[in-house]
Design a protein around this ligand. Structure first.
Ligand SMILES: [Zn+2]
Length: 136
């Protein structure tokens, strides 16, 4: 992937920027400019809070190119609190086993190394468990 493409995608990656439909209020991620709910134009920027719950997850042991050094890692289907679903890597799990319904929040982390002339390191969003507050 070239530098200009990274640049264009940076907001989507660093801040979970999507869109909100001005006609029906649906929040869209990734941004697609046309609302899948009502079919009308939706180009209004909306930044997601970055919290959600794990819907399902899987542990990846054989990674695709550029992800080898991170194996094994967990990829989850996350439903954002505003509604949209996305897949993302889970991080900071420690000894915690992921489960459906686990509350997670977005963090920006190293996504992968592009091993090449530039040695480009790509950062993007991952999700980590939201620490449960201790009961007083
Ligand atoms: Zn709509």
């Amino acid at each position: 992937m070239d530098i200009s493409r990274h640049w264009r995608l940076r907001k989507q990656r660093y801040a979970l920027e999507g869109e909100i439909c001005p006609h029906c209020g649906a929040r869209l991620f990734p941004p697609r400019d046309v609302c899948p709910h009502c079919g009308l134009e939706a180009k209004t920027t909306y930044t997601f809070v970055g919290t959600g719950v794990v819907v399902s997850w899987t542990r990846v042991r054989q990674a695709p190119a550029h992800f080898e050094e991170q194996t094994p890692y967990v990829v989850a289907l996350v439903q954002l609190d505003e509604g949209p679903m996305l897949t993302a890597q889970l991080t900071d799990l420690g000894n915690v086993q992921p489960y459906a319904g686990m509350k997670v929040e977005m963090v920006t982390r190293k996504l992968r190394n592009d091993k090449g002339d530039r040695g480009l390191i790509v950062y993007g969003y991952k999700f980590r468990p939201v620490l449960e507050r201790a009961v007083a």
